[in-house]
Every structure is written in C-alpha cells, then in structure tokens.
Design a protein around this ligand. Structure first.
Ligand SMILES: C[S@@+](CC[C@H](N)C(=O)[O-])C[C@H]1O[C@@H](n2cnc3c(N)ncnc32)[C@H](O)[C@@H]1O
Length: 270
C-alpha cells in the first residue's frame, strides 16, 4: 500500500520531534554536501517538525538568508511553527505542488529523509528544477532500494516465519530508490548530478520499544500498516522477539543505508 498522510497524530508528531536526532544528524551531512552559504534562500521540502530548518536559518544562511519549510502534515507544521523566526517560515504543503513559489527563486532545495515517501518523483523534480535558480543546488538523502535498512531485513524474516509474502509488504513505503532510478529521474528533470554516495549509519537503540517508537514516528504511522489488525499484531510480536534477540551490550544495533545526492540546475537554465 502507498504511504498514507492520514495516520499521523499529535503524539506521533511530538515523538518524532524527540527521536529524530538521527535524521537531524544526517541532515547536517547533507547541508555540508550542499555547502549552504550565508545569504542564500533555501527550500526545505518535507520539513517535518522544523529542526533542520531552524539550524539552517540560524547557523547557515543567517539573517540575510531565508529558509522556507513545507510539509503536508499539519500536526508537524504546528511544531515547526514554534521554531519559525524572521528568516524561517513554515507552512503546510506538498512536494508535488510548489506552485506557491516563483520560478528561479531558491539557491538550494533539499529533501532530508523525504524522497522515499514520494510516489511521483518526476513531478517533484520538475517543480524543484523550476524553483531553483540557474546553478542552484538540490540535496536529497533517501533510503536505498538495493540496500534495505536492517529493520526491513528483520521484518522480512518475521514475515517468513508467518508464511507471509515479503514481496507484497514494504513495512512503510514502497518508494525507495536505486542508484539507477535516481540518475534517470534527475536526468529526466534536466538536473545535473554532482555527487551520489551511499552512506551506512549504525543506530544503537536501548530497547525494542525505542526501535518501534522511532519507526512509527518517522513513518507518521505507516509502519506495518499493510496488514489486517490481527495479522499485524502477530507480525509485530514476532518482530519484537527478533529485535530483542539482537540485543547486545550496546543495545540493539540496526544499520540504515541512505543515498546522499547533490545535483544542480544548469547555469544557462533560462
Ligand atoms: C522522516 S520525516 C523527515 C522530516 C524532516 N525532513 C527531518 O529531517 O526531520 C519524513 C517527512 O516527509 C514528509 N512527507 C511525506 N509525504 C510528503 C509529500 N508528499 N511532500 C512533502 N513532504 C512529505 C512527512 O510529512 C514527514 O514530515
């Protein structure tokens, strides 16, 4: 099933704000890759609760620059509004519709842990190219289709033990991408790939509950919603047992694999 934007709750939004250090940290890497400069105008697509945007506004672009964040989940934007400031504005909005923004109006656009939620990547990238200034840069961190996160592997094992077909369940989103797909999508949008790197992150969780909190909040309620409630409860029990079995002296170690991509709009765009 495609991800739903109807499953978020105030509790999940607050939880995400408190457990999203991992996304925040790799967001900082993405900003380094993009070499965001003082005075630039930046669009943060899928800004969530606004933590990264707040950092960009105060530490990267400064008072002469501006950060605009959009996200389709109103409850996350409510939290992001608390972080808004004179040079950091947020509103409800979707990656697929950037019509609120003028052509060639941003130096930088980024999507941090957002692109794998988007079904229609072509329309998103066409919009991004339109709003980027000539030579402006796009940064994306996105889950890899070829190298699933450890939690997905554990899930596939859990499903197999219930004779369930892991080919039809995605855990949360079916829209992860391969390197070849990314290259092709950028090409179709007329964006120039500058850098594409797969990075591996080791996450240590103290207990099973914190693993599940992280994945439910990060997926705005979409984790394991592919099943009917009774099947889901059984799969969840098995998943919990398998996660517990991985617990070692440093807690539960799970890796995530993310592509980091930087692309640019051509200099002679218009
Ligand atoms: C894992 S969170 C990442 C949030 C934030 N970028 C961060 O680094 O913490 C994924 C975000 O993607 C957003 N998202 C999902 N579908 C979207 C869409 N169609 N357009 C824009 N954002 C979307 C969700 O609302 C959610 O806030």
């Amino acid at each position: 099933m495609p991800p739903s934007l109807q499953l978020d709750s105030a509790e999940l939004a607050e939880k995400y704000d408190s457990v999203s250090d991992k996304q925040y940290q790799h967001g900082l890497l993405l900003l380094d890759d993009l070499a965001v400069q003082p005075g630039q105008r930046v669009l943060d697509i899928g800004c969530g609760t606004g933590r990264l945007g707040e950092h960009v506004a105060s530490e990267r672009v400064g008072p002469r620059g501006e950060v605009v964040g959009i996200d389709p989940l109103p409850l996350r934007i409510d939290i992001a509004r608390r972080r808004a400031s004179a040079n950091h504005h947020v509103s409800v909005g979707r990656a697929e519709d950037l019509s609120a923004f003028a052509d060639a109006s941003f130096d930088v656009v980024y999507l941090n842990s957002v692109y794998h939620w988007l079904p229609d990547k072509r329309s998103v990238l066409a919009g991004v190219r339109r709003v980027l200034k000539p030579g402006g840069r796009l940064g994306i961190s996105v889950a890899s289709r070829e190298r699933p996160h450890d939690v997905q592997r554990v899930l596939i094992d859990a499903l197999a033990s219930h004779a369930l077909n892991s080919a039809v369940v995605n855990g949360s989103t079916p829209h992860r991408v391969s390197a070849a797909e990314l290259t092709e999508q950028l090409d179709a949008a007329g964006l120039l790939l500058e850098r594409l790197e797969l990075r591996r992150f080791a996450d240590h969780f103290p207990d099973v509950e914190s693993v599940l909190d992280f994945y439910f909040a990060s997926s705005f309620g979409n984790f394991l919603t592919d099943y009917l409630p009774d099947v889901r409860a059984r799969v969840l029990d098995t998943l919990q047992a398998r996660l517990l079995a991985r617990r070692g002296p440093q807690g539960i170690l799970l890796h995530r694999n993310l592509f980091f991509l930087v692309a640019s709009a051509p200099q002679d765009d218009r």
